[in-house]
Design a protein around this ligand. Structure first.
Ligand code: C5P
Length: 207
């Protein structure tokens, strides 16, 4: 069984890479951000404040994993709520076993703490990043595609706020694992990113 851990900043291209590697290596893929987003959506729906750790922990414990592909989870508001409740230790521990169980038989997981906390023994760890303005532009185009009425400036501001929150939180902050391979996608096409990742993974001879 082989595990590929992909961590990185928001809109860095890690999700697209995860899906492409899943098809290439025939391994199941989990976008772990969806777990936090689903909890965020449940909290917003119930009119709860994502800063409320007890309510967020309860929502995480009651997470309905069958709803992870609901397109509503892609919205900007849900993402912001997700990053707020992701700081709570109780939320992170409630979501831990789902992620570890998924990884058990071999898988590709992407998120913020896969290589550092969820799967510290992963066969290959990748850390994906890109310049903030390039990531904001990508996300802006994506949200426009969903018909969301949001300006580029708001997207960039939200992205910087989330970056800071994800990197500076006490619990499982976003950072490259010591043994992660870094890929900067700022000036790369999807094909180039995939090619670099495949080269790194194949060189490990783990798969
Ligand atoms: O990856 P995505 O942008 O969908 O994640 C939404 C939020 O969920 C992130 O900003 C982050 O705060 C949180 N998250 C996390 N750990 C993960 C995946 C996501 O803290 N493994």
């Amino acid at each position: 069984m082989s595990i590929i851990a992909i961590d990185g900043t928001f809109a860095s291209g890690k999700g697209t890479l995860g899906k492409r590697l899943s098809a290439h290596y025939g391994l199941p893929y989990l976008d772990t951000g969806k777990l936090y987003r689903a909890v965020g959506y449940a909290m917003l729906n119930a009119g709860k404040d994502p800063h409320d750790s007890a309510a967020a922990a309860l929502a995480a414990q009651n997470l309905d994993a069958s709803k992870l592909s609901d397109p509503v989870l892609k919205s900007g508001d849900v993402a912001v709520a997700a990053s707020k409740l992701a700081v709570h230790k109780e939320v992170r521990s409630a979501l831990l076993s789902f992620q570890r169980d998924f990884a058990k038989g071999g898988a590709i997981l992407d998120g913020r703490d896969i290589g550092t906390v969820i799967c510290p023994d992963a066969d290959v760890k990748l850390y994906i990043d890109a310049k903030a303005d390039v990531r904001a532009q990508r996300r802006f185009e994506e949200l426009k595609g969903y018909g969301e009425d949001i300006s580029y400036e708001t997207v960039l501001a939200q992205l910087l706020e989330r970056d800071t929150r994800d990197k500076t939180r006490k619990e499982a902050p976003l950072k490259p694992a010591a043994d992660a391979h870094l890929i900067d996608t700022t000036a790369l096409s999807i094909e180039e990113v995939v090619a670099r990742a495949v080269k790194i993974i194949d060189a490990t001879k783990a798969l």
